[in-house]
Design a protein around this ligand. Structure first.
Ligand SMILES: Nc1ncnc2c1ncn2[C@@H]1O[C@H](COP(=O)(O)OP(=O)(O)O)[C@@H](O)[C@H]1O
Ligand SMILES: [Mg+2]
Length: 597
């Protein structure tokens, strides 16, 4: 609490105290003054009446001479004893005796109300009036004296009321003094009490402030054993609970964070308004954003894709689990499978808290699927062509329409060529699928490539000489070992030299050299043939890709040779490059394989 607030509170309490005290003491004063006044006056009146009655009885019974000195003296003594003034007035209003003034000097008293009342027989009239004779508030009581059944005199007794005034003044003084005292004690005690209370409140306020700022260890201990102490105990209890709860929460939160971070799939959570609430490291990496910058922002601001936005909106609306596929630019186009799941509030399973989006990158899977299905289409096509041609020629021969032997022989030759091509095709497909499927499981060993290469030379030289191609083949005397499958390596070189001879016109030149450089075995197959256009080079190693389909077929090619070469090179952890100076300017394939240390 601020000092100003404390002061305000103190002032409020003080003024309330003061006003209550003043009102109550004024009320008490007023009531007690009134009460004392009345009872005093009543008492006085009773006394005066009794005396007046006594005097009246005296006058009546003794037939005293009112003018006698002794009676007058008696009255004076009586007045002195009773501290009252006695006046006897006859029925005409003339004052006969007065114990305080000379009777003959006094004026006619018929106009005095108490005298008038007594002269008409009233016995209990009392009048409070200001007396000019005595210069004071006086209480007057008059009593009639009957002589021979008619009222002959009125005996009047009076007393000044100055004593009441003194009494009232004293009462007021006492009350004022005790009020002042009470006030003083109230202020002293009250301010001490308020101070203590305010201290406690301030401590409580401080504690809650510190707890709200995250200091959950903070506790408060009050000693004044009142409601505030009880409140403080409740506060401490609450803080304990809060502390335990927060610790538990933060523990489960860090477990959750660790779990989230360990998941390789990108995960994003959004609230029902599609604002991002959570994101794991994988998601941050994929979309190149940070959770801190994205939190609270709409999903569209994080992943700018309207289609995704629509799908997420629908998932939020339709609920339950959902999955769909979508292409996103991150920044290159990729295909993702997206799984969404609504999250509900634990205590209210109808209320949707948000949506969890799990993202799976299936670009590679889709690419492979596409390659595979294209391959199947291509294989089917490649198989169908020779088969159609074979069955056509077989049909014709069977019909017996062709009688010319020469033509029959030609047809059979074509059937043979097509059958061979089919066999080659099937072999190539088998080889390719073997290399692809076995890959790492295939038996690999250390071997010196010289022996296999010599076999390749003796296999290929006749082919070259048939075409009148100069064949240059060079293997150095000493070669390092390499790791891999020997048969496959052989196949690799055969495929390249086969192409070189096939795509080099008669009289050309084909050369093969192998050497070591920078820890690598370098194999070069070079020809002076038709060359390869620049634009075809990137696709050259794809299955069934040919620069010139008709030419390849005429040569008996399957379109799988280079695809097989590429896979073998990869299986041996090597690299392959193609150089061609352009159409008609020859081609060179360069393979580098890691040498075994
Ligand atoms: N040495 C080369 N010179 C010219 N073109 C070549 C050469 N080697 C391969 N090619 C081109 O690459 C294509 C694919 O080769 P490959 O996979 O071995 O299939 P093919 O069965 O046609 O030989 C060939 O059709 C050809 O167009
Ligand atoms: Mg080939």
């Amino acid at each position: 609490m601020l000092p100003k607030e404390v002061k305000d509170l103190k002032r409020k309490i003080f003024w309330s105290f003061l006003i209550i005290l003043l009102i109550s003491s004024t009320l008490i004063g007023f009531l007690s003054v009134n009460l004392v006044n009345r009872s005093y006056t009543n008492e006085l009146e009773k006394r005066l009446l009794t005396n007046a009655q006594l005097i009246a009885t005296m006058i009546r019974s003794d037939k005293v001479d009112l003018t006698s000195k002794s009676f007058q003296q008696g009255m004076k003594e009586m007045a002195e004893v009773g501290e009252a003034r006695i006046t006897i007035i006859d029925s005409s209003g003339k004052v006969l005796i007065d114990t305080r003034s000379e009777a003959h000097e006094m004026d006619n008293h018929l106009d005095r109300p108490e005298v008038q009342a007594a002269l008409v027989g009233k016995e209990k009239e009392r009048v409070v009036r200001y007396s000019h004779t005595t210069d004071q508030e006086m209480l007057y009581v008059a009593f009639p004296v009957k002589v021979n059944n008619s009222i002959a005199y009125a005996v009047r007794l009076s007393m000044d009321l100055s004593e009441i005034e003194i009494l009232t003044r004293n009462i007021v003084r006492y009350i004022a003094v005790s009020t002042l005292f009470g006030l003083l004690i109230a202020i002293l005690l009250g301010s001490k009490l308020i101070d203590k209370m305010i201290d406690s409140i301030r401590a409580l306020v401080n504690m809650t402030k510190q707890i709200s700022q995250g200091d959950y260890e903070r506790r408060i201990y009050l000693t004044n054993n009142d409601e505030l102490t009880e409140l403080a105990e409740h506060f401490n209890h609450m803080a304990d609970k809060l502390n335990r709860l927060i610790t538990k929460l933060s523990e489960s939160n860090s477990r959750f964070q660790a779990l989230l971070a360990s998941i390789n799939n990108p995960i994003i959570a959004v609230d029902p308004k599609e604002n991002v609430t959570l994101m794991n490291v994988a998601a941050e990496k994929l979309f190149n954003v940070s959770l801190n910058d994205s939190k609270g922002h709409h999903l569209l601001e994080v992943i700018r894709n309207n289609e995704l936005d629509e799908l997420i909106k629908r998932s939020l609306k339709e609920g339950t689990e959902n999955q769909f596929e979508i292409n996103l630019k991150v920044p290159e186009e990729k295909t993702f499978r997206i799984y969404t799941n609504l999250i509900y509030r634990e205590e209210d399973p109808i209320k949707v808290m948000g949506l969890v989006i799990l993202i799976d990158d299936i670009t590679e899977i889709r690419k492979l699927e596409k390659i595979r299905s294209e391959f199947v289409t291509n294989v089917t096509h490649e198989l169908k062509t020779p088969l159609t041609s074979i069955s056509g020629f077989v049909e014709t021969l069977k019909s017996g329409e062709i009688e010319d032997e020469e033509t029959q022989r030609r047809f059979l030759e074509i059937i043979e060529i097509e059958t061979e091509r089919l066999t080659r095709l099937i072999n190539d497909i088998l080889t390719l699928s073997e290399i692809e499927n076995i890959k790492n499981k295939e038996s690999k060993s250390m071997f010196n490539p010289s022996k296999a290469l010599k076999e390749v030379e003796s296999m290929m030289r006749p082919m070259a000489s048939v075409k009148g191609i100069e064949f240059y083949f060079e293997i150095p005397g000493k070669l390092s070992y390499i790791k891999g499958n020997e048969d496959r390596m052989k196949q690799m070189v055969i495929n390249l030299i086969d192409n070189a001879i096939k795509y080099t016109p008669n009289g050309g030149k084909v050369s093969f050299i192998i050497y070591e450089r920078y820890g690598q075995l370098v194999l070069r197959v070079k020809d002076t043939g038709i060359g390869i256009p620049e634009k075809d080079i990137p696709r050259l190693f794809e299955r069934f890709y040919r620069v010139d389909k008709a030419r390849s077929k005429k040569m008996g090619g399957t379109g799988l040779g280079l695809a097989i070469v590429k896979h073998i090179v990869i299986s041996m952890a090597g690299k392959i490059k193609v150089h061609s100076a352009g159409p008609g300017k020859g081609t060179e394939f360069v393979i580098s394989l890691p040498r075994h240390q």
